[in-house]
Design a protein around this ligand. Structure first.
Ligand SMILES: [Zn+2]
Length: 375
């Protein structure tokens, strides 16, 4: 064997090894970290049931149904509309793993844009995974994904996104699920996901929809209940309830012309009341330092501390950061307040859930205490 041939063999083997390792790391991102259905979960359905074209694609996603023993209203909770907002996903997972329904039905889609969980936003340096420690010392791992659908599921985006309501947006917004509502059944993948969720809302007779999000601390719509005008009374009552608990939350009415967002399009295109919740997340903002797993879970960042001292933020911030526990606890407490308000106003369609972890409990024990170990 001549020397050149040996060199070539060594080089080819090294390239093959790198390619195999990269492929393994790449495809590992397509696997969903487990969610453990709690005692209240009565069915796990797939979103493609409401739009068969999604079956077998990376955008088909689990719908956890928690049915009550008594008749009542129907509530849809969306997490993971933006998979780079982990407080939203975790709040949805905590509901799935803990609550039961006494009256009415709860539907939870924890990975609404499932394809967007399978990659990261380019140039953001975000971690692919983060983990939460449980009281028994084990860990639960979750994906930190992207704001947008994976280009493997949807490519190329158009130069301009002509929204069906008549407004135009930058082309990439067509892969942002929170701009693609009410969706098109024959549209691009993200629009199909939106259309499937709209079909679920109409066909299941959903009364109330809450879409969970997180926002950069420097973004003005923060720590807020964003409400469609039809949901104004429920939102206002919830704010009053949360203030009694010492949770400061602002109210933002959904602008009529801001199209494609869940709080606008679900409210306009169905009988459901639509609400979107925001909570402050430093790992998502533009002022942050290194985007580590620690920043995602603790929210501690010296640059945000400085920005807070300079009065540039729209959410309280100090050296204790803004932890994932706090962010998810705020969401869970707001959901609880919204349901109490709903039940006061719509006593003919009550939605009564048990075992919703209390705000202070989550802060005291940490999120890990409300997640089940993987057996
Ligand atoms: Zn968001």
């Amino acid at each position: 064997m001549n020397k050149r041939y040996v060199k070539f063999l060594i080089f080819a083997s090294a390239v093959t090894l790198v390619v195999l390792l990269s492929a393994f790391s790449f495809t590992s991102m397509w696997k969903d970290p487990p969610i453990v259905p709690g005692p209240g979960v009565t069915e796990i359905r797939m979103l493609s049931e409401w739009l068969p074209q999604l079956a077998g694609t990376k955008s088909d996603t689990e719908v956890y149904v928690i049915k009550g023993s008594g008749d009542g209203g129907r509530f849809l909770l969306l997490g993971g509309t933006h998979p780079n907002e982990p407080g939203a996903t975790l709040a949805a997972v905590v509901m799935i793993e803990n609550v039961s329904a006494l009256m009415g039905d709860l539907y939870v889609i924890p990975r609404a844009n499932r394809s967007a969980f399978t990659h990261n936003d380019a140039m953001e340096g975000a971690p692919q995974f983060f983990s939460i420690e449980l009281p028994d010392g084990s860990e639960r791992v979750f994906r930190f994904g992207s704001r947008r659908t994976n280009p493997i599921s949807q490519w190329p985006d158009p130069t301009i996104f002509n929204h069906p309501a008549g407004t135009t947006m930058g082309g990439s917004e067509i892969s942002n699920l929170n701009r693609a509502f009410p969706g098109r059944e024959d549209g691009l993948t993200t629009e199909r996901v939106a259309a499937a969720i709209m079909n679920l809302i109409r066909q299941e007779g959903i009364d109330l929809v809450v879409d969970l999000h997180e926002a950069s601390p420097e973004y003005p719509v923060n720590n807020a209940i964003v409400f469609h005008q039809d949901a104004a009374e429920v939102a206002i009552m919830t704010q009053m309830m949360l203030e009694m608990e010492g949770i400061d939350i602002r109210l933002e009415e959904s602008p009529i012309n801001l199209r494609g967002l869940t709080h606008r399009e679900i409210g306009d295109n169905s009988d459901a009341l639509a609400i979107l919740l925001e909570v402050s997340n430093p790992s998502q903002g533009r002022l942050r330092g290194a985007t580590t797993e620690e920043l995602v879970t603790t929210g501690i960042d010296k640059f945000y501390l400085q920005a807070s001292k300079d009065g540039k933020l729209f959410a309280p911030y100090d050296e204790t950061g803004y932890s994932l526990d706090l962010r998810a606890a705020r969401h869970v407490a707001t959901i609880s307040g919204l349901l109490d308000s709903w039940n006061m106003m719509y006593s003919d369609r009550m939605i009564v859930l048990s075992d919703i972890p209390a705000y202070q409990q989550i802060l005291d024990k940490g999120l890990g205490a409300f997640l089940s170990p993987i057996s």
